[in-house]
Design a protein around this ligand. Structure first.
Ligand code: ADE
Length: 252
């Protein structure tokens, strides 16, 4: 297996970038691809930058130029389901593009990708269950050593819970509680919102159903305090959870 691993922000890929063995780097599409190994697996790590187009271009390059056969996206997300707390982990079992809406045209329903006929992109079941197990292993065995009790208390994190379920992506930082509530009502079972995952899932689907895994850690509640909470979490905690869970997934 050759894994393509991407994250949207430098902090989200920092631990992986420090820990992997880089054999060489390749510049393509205004990005640097780090080709090498990590925990015994062949990997290509890259910073995608933020948003669906950035994630789609990067995923396409990973597939076409680097020949990866599995794609892992990791990063933070805004919690939308009321049970989610900062630090909790969500692995996508389905992904949807919440800003896609061609429904004024009678042929299409809201969220449907026109002419592809899809609303939801389903994740590969086997890798999904491996990712859930990896997240549980990291959060219980390693996270308490990697992040001090004081830091965890400052973020109100005890042991992060791990969920699998619906993730929504759109080119929008969700910080208006009314917008978040409307999405919660329109997409039953929705757990969290972010800005890339469903674009990765669509590219992998269109390129022959290449298995893709989206692993998200909740940094904020997609409300008025989202921007402040997000920045603090990304600066201080995110890399341990994002990198640690991917490490356990590759190792397991
Ligand atoms: N990623 C982390 N928090 C987010 C939010 N509130 N909206 C969109 N993407 C996010």
């Amino acid at each position: 297996m050759k894994f393509g691993i991407l994250g949207a922000m430098p902090e989200e890929v920092a631990l992986m970038a420090r820990s992997m063995t880089v054999h060489h780097t390749v510049e393509a599409g205004m990005r640097t691809f780090y080709v090498g190994e990590w925990v015994g697996q062949e990997v290509v790590l890259v910073l995608s930058r933020v948003g669906k187009v950035s994630a789609a271009v990067t995923t396409m390059l990973l597939l076409e130029r680097f020949g990866v056969d599995h794609v892992i996206f990791t990063g933070v997300a805004g919690g939308i389901h009321p049970s989610l707390r900062v630090g909790d982990v969500v692995i996508g079992d389905r992904l949807v593009q919440h800003d896609m809406d061609a429904s004024p045209l009678p042929a299409f329903e809201r969220f449907e990708i026109p002419l592809l006929g899809k609303v939801f992109f389903e994740s590969d079941r086997e890798i999904l269950s491996r990712a859930v197990a990896a997240a549980k292993r990291y959060t219980t065995e390693f996270f308490p050593q990697d992040v001090s009790a004081e830091s965890r208390a400052a973020f109100g994190i005890d042991t992060p819970a791990v969920y699998d379920g619906l993730i929504a992506s759109g080119d929008q930082f969700l910080a208006d509680p009314e917008v978040t509530a409307e999405l919660r009502a329109s997409l039953p079972g929705l757990l969290c919102g972010e800005m890339e995952g469903a674009a990765v899932a669509q590219v992998c689907y269109e390129m022959g159903n290449v298995p893709a895994t989206v692993i998200r850690v909740i940094s904020d509640q997609a409300d008025h305090s989202a921007a402040v909470d997000f920045l603090r979490f990304v600066n201080e905690v995110a890399e341990y959870l994002t990198g640690g869970i991917v490490r356990e997934l590759l190792a397991g």
